[in-house]
Design a binder for this molecule. Structure first.
Ligand code: SER
Length: 326
């Protein structure tokens, strides 16, 4: 494997749901000036902009990726830029371009500049209707029906190829739906599990775009950040998988999610008007088996559904009182 240690980090997709909180966690850990946040076009938050370096790049354009890596002498990349599942169905070729050409550009720069390590995220969207629905194994049938899923499977395979063929150190997890209160997700299928908390605090009710018995694997953001950094710090020689680790925390139906919220928001009600995202949700597993992540790098989540609900509601109520949710 390439070199040494992580000193200067690039985060692509840093304005996104995971990227924004990951950037702040990395700035805490590695020093703010050593973590360069980048986005494609959405304006960064004040916090992101004022806490360290920020640049606009388009990961699908090699020259912009190369320029920022050279300018800041980057050795480690967290490649979070991606088009998610629902937008990917509206714009499949944009999804292909950003997710595949963007990834290949980052991997190619990784080889050319002998980068230390690259994080390559995948998703439960890598699975499909032929995949076992419950306790989905790490190594299983991957025949997704969305363009997002196609790019995630291809991305896992491509990144694994770079490990074997070029000795590039890249790793990644298959994120479940991620729930957070800092930055809203954009254009995914699991977005209902975030929106429901915002609407519970603002309105005491929510109209959900998938059916009540829809059950998907989910995770609270602090666990997602921990998984990301823990995997990036794991010794390479301990890994048998590289870019396709299942990570699990909790699985629940929308009915169970609404019941958890109703414990702390008396009178909360949820109604159901399924749209095209139902078919996407139905093609993903109910729950996944993360034994490989537990065994190879010690993965263990901290939050269950009720612990997450209490934390989410406390954070969103505070924002609501400060007038930040309108
Ligand atoms: N949260 C993503 C989506 O719904 C799944 O990776 O598209």
């Amino acid at each position: 494997m390439a070199q040494k240690e992580t000193k200067r980090i690039l985060v692509t997709g840093a304005v996104g749901q995971i990227g924004s909180e990951l950037t702040m966690a990395l700035r805490d850990k590695y020093g703010a000036e050593n973590v360069v946040a980048t986005g494609r076009k959405t304006a960064p938050s004040k916090q992101l902009l004022e806490s360290g370096p920020f640049e606009f790049i388009d990961v699908a354009k090699m020259e912009t990726v190369e320029a920022v890596i050279d300018k800041y002498d980057i050795d480690t990349v967290y490649h979070m830029a991606a088009i998610l599942s629902a937008v990917g169905e509206d714009k499949p070729w944009l999804c292909w371009d950003v997710n595949m050409n963007g990834l290949k550009n980052v991997l190619d720069v990784g080889v050319a500049k002998k980068l230390h390590r690259i994080f390559v995220p995948s998703s439960i969207a890598a699975f499909g209707p032929e995949t076992p629905l419950n306790d989905t194994p790490n190594d299983t049938i991957l025949k997704p029906k969305t363009m997002y899923g196609v790019t995630k499977v291809a991305g896992e395979l491509l990144a694994d190829y770079y490990v074997k063929r070029f000795g590039l150190d890249c790793r990644g997890v298959r994120y479940p739906g991620i729930i957070s209160h800092e930055t809203l997700p954009g254009g995914g299928t699991t977005d209902y599990a975030v929106a429901i908390y915002y609407e519970a605090v603002k309105q005491g009710k929510y109209e959900c775009f998938v059916k009540e018995d829809t059950c998907l694997p989910m995770m609270y953001m602090p666990d997602a950040i921990k998984a990301t950094i823990d995997l990036m710090e794991a010794p390479f020689e301990n890994l048998k998988h590289y870019n396709d680790f299942n990570i699990a925390a909790m699985s629940f139906s929308v009915t169970e999610l609404a019941a958890s919220i109703a414990k702390y928001v008396p009178g909360f009600t949820c109604t159901y008007v399924p749209d095209s995202r139902q078919a996407i949700a139905d093609s993903w597993p109910n729950s996944i088996d993360d034994t490989a992540a537990r065994e190879e790098w010690g993965w263990a989540p901290a939050y269950d559904l009720d612990a997450m609900t209490q934390d989410m509601l406390a954070a969103l109520r505070k924002k609501h009182e400060e007038g930040l949710l309108d």
